[in-house]
Design a binder for this molecule. Structure first.
Ligand SMILES: Cc1cc2nc3c(=O)[nH]c(=O)nc-3n(C[C@H](O)[C@H](O)[C@H](O)COP(=O)(O)O)c2cc1C
Length: 328
C-alpha cells in the first residue's frame, strides 16, 4: 500500500474478526519494529506475542481493563515495553519509552500495510500482566496491542460501538507546530486538497479488452499516460512534444473493479507533492455516471533534459501553472 494510504487507513477501531492472522504477517510487523530508529541505536524495545492458543493468553486477557474487553476477540495480543537501562539517557532524559513508541508505530503501520487492524492499549493492570508473562522486574511494559482483521461493528456492545463511531478528531496543525520560536505560528501552507482536479474522458476501444471482457491491466497504464499528456496540454499549455519535459519514474496501480467495454471512463488527477526534480500525480479512473472507482494509481515524473539525459529541477513556471492542482 502507498505510505499515504497506510497513514490514512490506520485507526484504533475495536471490532475484530476471529479470522486467524498469518504468522508471517506478525513477523513482518516485528521486522518493521526492529528497523526503527533509537537513541544511540540502543534498540531497547521488546515484544511478547501472545496468540489465541498461548498458555498465557487467558491471564493476559485477565489483565485488561473492563473497558478493553473487546480486545479479547483479537487473535493476537502483543505486549511491548523496554528496560530503562537498555536505552540511552542524555543529560537526565530517558529515551527508552520514546524509542519503544517509535518501534510500536512502525509495527502498527506495517500491520495496516498488510490489511490488519492494530489497536494499542494502556488500559490494563500491570501486576497481573507481569505475572502472566513473567516479565523481568526492570522491564517496563508500555502497551498491549490487539492485532487481527477488522470485524463487524455489530459484534460490539453498544458502549464500545459508540466509541468506534466517534468522528476522527485531531488538533489543528497551528496548535502543534511553531516556526522559529515557541508560540510563533507555523503558517501551514499545504492545502488539504487541491483547488482543482483535472478530469478528462478516456475512449475505450474494443481491442483494449482481454478474453474475459475486462480492459486489460496493461491498458490502464496507457489510460494514465493519456491523462498525463492531456494535463500537460490543457493545464501546462504544451503545444509540442518538446514541451512535455518529464520522464516517467514510477507507476503503481490498485485495480479495484474490472473495467468493461460499456463503462464510461474518466481519469481524474492532481499533484500531491513536488520535489526538486520530480512530482507525483494521484489518479483515479472512474465512471462519472455512478462514481464507481475502477483504479487508483500514482505516478512519479522526473523533469528531464532529453538532450543531456539528466534530471533537471522543477521550473518555477511549472509550479505557477500547476499550483491549483497541487494538494492533498
Ligand atoms: C499509548 C496508547 C494507549 C491507548 N490505550 C487505549 C486503551 O486502553 N483503550 C482504547 O480503547 N484505546 C486506546 N488507545 C487508542 C486511542 O484512544 C486512539 O489512538 C486515539 O483515540 C486516536 O484514534 P486513532 O488511533 O483511531 O487515530 C491508546 C492509544 C495509545 C497510543
Amino acid at each position: 500500500m502507498e505510505f499515504h494510504r497506510v497513514i490514512r487507513a490506520r485507526s484504533s477501531l475495536r471490532a475484530f474478526s476471529q479470522r486467524p492472522v498469518e504468522p508471517e504477517k506478525i513477523e513482518r510487523m516485528l521486522e518493521a519494529a526492529r528497523r526503527s530508529p533509537s537513541c544511540g541505536n540502543r534498540q531497547p524495545w521488546r515484544f511478547v506475542v501472545v496468540g489465541a492458543d498461548a498458555p498465557s493468553r487467558a491471564a493476559v486477557e485477565g489483565a485488561l481493563d473492563a473497558g478493553n474487553a473487546w480486545a479479547k476477540r483479537a487473535p493476537v495480543l502483543i505486549v511491548t515495553g523496554a528496560r530503562r537501562e537498555d536505552a540511552a539517557v542524555v543529560e537526565s532524559r530517558d529515551y527508552f519509552l520514546l524509542d519503544t513508541g517509535m518501534a510500536l508505530m512502525s509495527l502498527l503501520y506495517r500491520a495496516v500495510d498488510q490489511g490488519l487492524l492494530a489497536h494499542p492499549m494502556a488500559g490494563w493492570k500491570e501486576a497481573p500482566l507481569r505475572a502472566a508473562l513473567g516479565l523481568p522486574e526492570e522491564f517496563t511494559p508500555a502497551a498491549v496491542v490487539a492485532v487481527g482483521y477488522a470485524g463487524s461493528a455489530g459484534d460490539l456492545d453498544e458502549a464500545t460501538r459508540k466509541k468506534d463511531e466517534k468522528p476522527w478528531a485531531r488538533k489543528p496543525l497551528g496548535e502543534l507546530a511553531f516556526r522559529s520560536r515557541w508560540g510563533e505560528p507555523f503558517g501551514a501552507a499545504l492545502p488539504d486538497r487541491p483547488a482543482k482536479v483535472y478530469e478528462t474522458e478516456v475512449q475505450l476501444r474494443f481491442g483494449d479488452t482481454d478474453a474475459m471482457g475486462h480492459v486489460n491491466n496493461a491498458k490502464v497504464v496507457t489510460y494514465l499516460e493519456l491523462g498525463r499528456i492531456r494535463f500537460f496540454i490543457d493545464v501546462m499549455g504544451a503545444e509540442r512534444v518538446e514541451d512535455i519535459r518529464f520522464i516517467l519514474a514510477e507507476v503503481s496501480c490498485r485495480y479495484r473493479i474490472p473495467i468493461l467495454l460499456h463503462d464510461r471512463v474518466f481519469v481524474r488527477m492532481h499533484i500531491t507533492d513536488v520535489h526538486r526534480s520530480s512530482f507525483r500525480f494521484r489518479c483515479e479512473l472512474f465512471d462519472p455516471r455512478d462514481g464507481r472507482v475502477f483504479v487508483e494509481a500514482e505516478t512519479v515524473q522526473v523533469m528531464y533534459d532529453y538532450a543531456t539525459g539528466r534530471p533537471v529541477p522543477v521550473a518555477p513556471d511549472f509550479l505557477a501553472r500547476a499550483r491549483d492542482y497541487i494538494g492533498g
